[in-house]
Design a protein around this ligand. Structure first.
Ligand code: ZN
Length: 88
């Protein structure tokens, strides 16, 4: 038996619950619930935004025909050109 090197999950859970309770007590139930609702709403808003605007995958673009290619491509699959540029 010794001091565990990793943080157990229950410690994180207890810390999160205590933090939530202290915050709830500090700002009062109305603002506590409001903060909770805003946090949930923000989470879903970000998820919704990410679904509509997914981040562009990294890749390169052919200088000759403009075809988007995977980042590992050495030359264009479509026109065979070895000239490409980083997509910006
Ligand atoms: Zn090309």
């Amino acid at each position: 038996m010794g001091v565990p090197r990793y943080t157990p999950v229950w410690v994180i859970a207890v810390a999160a619950i205590l933090t939530g309770l202290i915050l709830f007590e500090a700002v009062g139930p109305v603002y506590g619930i409001a903060l909770f609702v805003v946090a949930i709403a923000g989470y879903f808003a970000i998820r919704h935004y990410r679904e509509r605007h997914p981040p562009e995958p990294p890749g390169i673009r052919c200088l000759k025909c403009g075809q988007f290619l995977p980042a590992t491509a050495r030359n264009c699959d479509f026109c065979g050109s070895a000239s490409w540029t980083y997509r910006n």
